[in-house]
Design a protein around this ligand. Structure first.
Ligand SMILES: Cc1cc2nc3c(=O)[nH]c(=O)nc-3n(C[C@H](O)[C@H](O)[C@H](O)COP(=O)(O)O)c2cc1C
Length: 174
């Protein structure tokens, strides 16, 4: 029988990093996975930077799953100029109302997670159950996997814990 309260990990990834993290997280949660697809195709760094500058909301593919089936949707994004990537902003704009509980994760070079999460929360009009930021340092090798284990455990039990920094450069928020 399918789980009664399944989870979904939905992410956009321009160059593969957020997809790698999202896939590892979905495995840990036993969650379904949805790659948010920018219908413009491959997006150059310059196009991404211009999106950020202009606040573009590009067209994204219709989700291939019924979002309102999921008790928890974990949304993943690369940080673009201290904001969520433009396809994620578009996804939230179009589908935010269908999401029950949410949690966020991001990948980034080194800064901007807090403002990106605030951007996502504002677009959704609802607070995430937990957030997880993973920077380039933590992504070297497989050290970010420990952070994902902790994040997944927190999502699984819904526990609230105070903000703490994981020694490998990643930050977990309750
Ligand atoms: C247009 C653009 C803006 C970016 N802005 C930031 C930023 O503000 N802070 C940061 O730490 N990294 C920034 N990055 C780096 C990405 O967030 C980082 O490389 C991310 O892991 C890429 O994920 P992806 O491979 O899933 O696309 C930026 C990258 C691009 C293309």
């Amino acid at each position: 029988m399918p789980p009664t309260n399944p989870s979904l990990v939905a992410y956009y990834s321009r160059s593969g990093t957020t997809a790698r993290v999202g896939h590892a997280l979905a495995l840990r949660l036993g969650a379904d996975e949805l790659a948010i697809e920018d219908l413009r195709g491959d997006v150059s760094v310059w196009r991404a930077a211009l999106d950020r500058l202009l606040g573009t909301l590009p067209p994204v593919a219709e989700p291939t799953v019924a979002l309102d089936r999921y008790g928890l949707v974990v949304l993943g994004t690369p940080v673009w100029g201290g904001r969520a990537a433009s396809p994620v902003r578009r996804f939230l704009h179009d589908h935010g109302a269908a999401l029950a509980q949410v949690a966020f994760f991001c990948t980034m070079g080194g800064s901007g997670a807090d403002s990106a999460f605030a951007d996502m929360q504002q677009r959704l009009g609802k607070a995430p159950r937990a957030t997880c930021a993973i920077d380039a340092k933590a992504l070297e090798g497989d050290r970010y996997l420990d952070t994902l284990d902790t994040f997944a455990a927190r999502l699984a039990d819904g526990a609230q814990a105070p903000l703490h920094t994981v020694p490998n450069g990643a930050v977990l928020h309750p």
